[in-house]
Design a protein around this ligand. Structure first.
Ligand SMILES: Cc1cc2nc3c(=O)[nH]c(=O)nc-3n(C[C@H](O)[C@H](O)[C@H](O)COP(=O)(O)OP(=O)(O)OC[C@H]3O[C@@H](n4cnc5c(N)ncnc54)[C@H](O)[C@@H]3O)c2cc1C
Ligand SMILES: NC(=O)c1ccc[n+]([C@@H]2O[C@H](COP(=O)([O-])OP(=O)(O)OC[C@H]3O[C@@H](n4cnc5c(N)ncnc54)[C@H](O)[C@@H]3O)[C@@H](O)[C@H]2O)c1
Length: 442
C-alpha cells in the first residue's frame, strides 16, 4: 500500500510516524512546500520575547529522521494539484522540476493559513502575519531594529496576546486591537478575560477593543494604522485575526464544512474513501457541542494524524472527539480552558448554567500562595459538563485535563460534587475549589 502525505507539519508528521513505526509494509511518501518541518509555533512568542535562549530547539524532528525510517520525503516541493480519479499527485520543486506521485491512499495535511484582512496598504513593508518559522524570524528581525518603537497587534486571540507580550518584553510600545470587547473572547468568559486584560494593561499594553483596523498607511513601509476610531503611528503591525483551513487541493472534489474545512468522519476519511484529511485543514468532532466543529490546534492535528494512519494501516480506529482544551500564560498569569464558555455555549444554542468559585490555591498558612478562579459550565437540563475555565498566577494547568475527560465522558456536574480529590497543603486546600464549585452548583 502506498500512502502519499501532503503537508509534513504536526498532523502529517504524526500520520507518517504512525504508519512507519506500526505498519512496516507501508510505502510512505511525504511532500511539503516549506523548507522545514515540525516547527512549534508556540515558541515564536517565547523567542521573540527572549524568554528562551534560542529558536533552534523549537523543531522536534527533521527530514533525515523520516528518510531513515524508510519514507521518501520531498521538502520545498509544492503539490500543485491532485487528480482524484487517476489517484495522482502533481508536484513542483522550488527549482522548477516537476514530478508525479501515484497513491493508493492520500492524506491531506495541508493545515491552515492566516486570515488576511483585505485592507488598503496591506502589502506595505512592516505588515506581518505569524504562522511559519520564517514569519517569526522576520518579526524578530524587525523587532531587533531600534527604530521600531510602535507595534500594533490586530487580533487579541491566542497569537495576538502572546506576541503583544513578547513585543512588550522587547521594550516596544504595544497597542492590541480586537473586534470583540475583550481579549480571548472565543475561549473565556468575561470574568476571566477581565483578569487577563487587567494583567495586559498592568504591563503597559494599550488595549483597543471593539475597534476595527480599516487601513495601513505609509509610502514603502507602514507608518500609520487607521481604525474606525482613530489613527496611530506604527512601525510594525502583526495581524492575528485567526486561521482558515487550507483546502486548495481538494475544494472542488471533496465535501466541505461551512468554513471550508474538509468534512471527515470519525476515521478522518473524507467524502472520497481513498482520501483522508487531518489537522487544521479538517473538521473535528466537538464533544461539548456534540457536533462537528473547526478547532485549529496542534494537539488536534497530532491526534487526527494518528487516527488516519491506523485506519490506513488496517487497524480501524475512531476519533474520540475533542474538547479544544487550551492554555495561555502571559506575564505569569495563567489561564486554561476546555469545552465551551457560557458565551460560546449560548452562541451555539446550548442552554447552560455555570458555577464559579474563587479561593487561594493552598491553605492560608502556606507561604507561597495565589488565588485561583474556576468556572464550570454545564447543560441546564441534562447537567452534563460542557466546559471549564481556570485562572491563576499558580500553575493550575493540569486541573483542566480532568474536565476535558469529564466532557468527553458526558459526566454531570453532580458527579463532581463528591469526587475523591486528595489534599496536601503543598498543593491544595482540604475544601478543594473544584469540589466547592461543584457543590455550589444549583
Ligand atoms: C504562532 C502560533 C502559535 C501556536 N501555538 C499553539 C499552541 O500553543 N498550542 C496548540 O495546540 N496550537 C498552537 N498553534 C496552532 C498549531 O500550530 C496548528 O494547529 C498546527 O500547526 C496545525 O498543524 P497541521 O499539520 O494541521 O497544519 P500546518 O502546521 O498548517 O502545516 C501544514 C503543512 O502543509 C504544507 N502544505 C500546504 N499546502 C501544501 C501544498 N500544496 N503542497 C505541499 N505542502 C503543502 C505547509 O507547508 C505546512 O508545512 C499555534 C500556531 C501559531 C501560528
Ligand atoms: N496557546 C495556544 O493554544 C495557541 C497559541 C497560538 C495559536 N493557537 C491557535 O492558532 C489559531 C490561530 O490563532 P489566532 O490568535 O490567529 O486566532 P484566534 O481565533 O485565537 O483569535 C483571533 C482574534 O481575532 C479577532 N478578530 C477577528 N476578526 C477581526 C478583525 N477584523 N479585527 C480585529 N479583530 C478581529 C477575534 O475576535 C479573535 O479574538 C487558533 O486556532 C488558536 O487557538 C493556539
Amino acid at each position: 500500500m502506498k500512502t502519499v502525505i501532503i503537508g509534513t507539519n504536526h498532523a502529517g508528521i504524526a500520520a507518517a510516524n504512525t504508519l512507519l513505526d506500526t505498519y512496516p509494509d507501508q510505502e510512505v511518501v511525504m511532500i511539503d512546500k516549506n523548507t522545514n518541518l515540525s516547527y512549534l509555533g508556540c515558541g515564536t512568542a517565547l523567542w521573540v520575547g527572549r524568554q528562551i535562549d534560542s529558536y533552534e530547539n523549537l523543531f522536534y524532528t527533521n527530514k533525515e529522521a523520516f528518510a531513515e525510517k524508510g519514507a521518501r520525503i520531498s521538502l520545498e516541493t509544492t503539490v500543485t494539484h491532485v487528480d482524484f480519479d487517476k489517484k495522482i499527485v502533481y508536484c513542483e520543486k522550488n527549482d522548477g522540476e516537476t514530478f508525479e506521485e501515484s497513491y493508493d491512499k492520500l492524506i491531506l495535511a495541508t493545515g491552515s493559513v492566516p486570515i488576511s484582512p483585505n485592507l488598503p496598504g496591506k502589502d506595505l513593508k512592516g505588515v506581518n502575519f505569524l504562522k511559519l518559522f520564517q514569519d517569526g524570524q522576520e518579526v524578530d528581525r524587525q523587532m531587533s531594529d531600534p527604530n521600531v518603537k510602535n507595534v500594533a497587534v490586530i487580533g487579541a486571540g491566542y497569537i495576538g496576546v502572546e506576541i503583544a507580550e513578547a513585543a512588550k518584553r522587547r521594550g516596544k510600545e504595544v497597542k492590541l486591537f480586537d473586534a470583540e470587547p475583550t481579549s480571548l473572547a472565543s475561549y473565556y468568559d468575561d470574568w476571566f478575560t477581565k483578569g487577563m486584560d487587567a494583567n495586559l494593561e498592568k504591563h503597559g499594553i494599550e488595549l483597543h477593543y471593539e475597534e476595527l483596523a480599516t487601513a495601513y498607511k505609509g509610502t514603502d513601509h507602514v507608518d500609520t494604522l487607521v481604525t474606525d476610531k482613530g489613527e496611530y503611528p506604527v512601525d510594525l503591525v502583526i495581524n492575528a485575526i485567526g486561521f482558515r483551513p487550507n483546502n486548495e487541493l481538494g475544494k472542488e472534489h471533496l465535501e466541505l464544512f461551512a468554513n471550508g474545512a474538509y468534512q471527515v468522519d470519525r476515521h478522518q476519511q473524507t467524502s472520497d474513501p481513498d482520501v483522508y484529511a487531518i489537522g487544521d485543514c479538517a473538521i473535528v468532532y466537538s464533544n461539548a457541542l456534540q457536533a462537528e466543529a473547526y478547532i485549529a490546534l496542534a494537539t488536534n492535528a497530532v491526534r487526527s494524524g494518528i487516527v488516519a494512519a491506523h485506519n490506513i494501516g488496517g487497524t480501524p480506529l475512531e476519533s474520540i472527539g475533542v474538547q479544544g482544551s487550551n492554555g495561555i500564560s502571559i506575564f505569569g498569569y495563567n489561564m486554561v480552558s476546555t469545552g465551551l464558555s457560557v458565551k460560546m455555549a449560548e452562541k451555539n444554542g446550548l442552554k447552560v448554567s455555570y458555577t464559579d468559585f474563587e479561593d487561594l490555591q493552598r491553605p492560608g498558612f502556606m507561604k507561597e500562595n495565589a488565588k485561583v478562579k474556576i468556572r464550570i459550565v454545564y447543560e441546564t437540563e441534562s447537567r452534563r459538563v460542557v466546559g471549564a475555565q481556570l485562572a491563576s498566577e499558580e500553575d493550575i494547568s493540569m486541573g483542566i485535563h480532568m474536565f476535558s475527560l469529564a466532557i468527553e465522558e458526558k459526566v454531570t456536574i453532580d458527579k463532581l460534587k463528591l469526587l475523591d480529590i486528595f489534599f496536601l497543603p503543598h498543593f491544595n486546600q482540604p475544601y478543594n475549589y473544584i469540589t466547592m464549585a461543584a457543590l455550589s452548583a444549583e
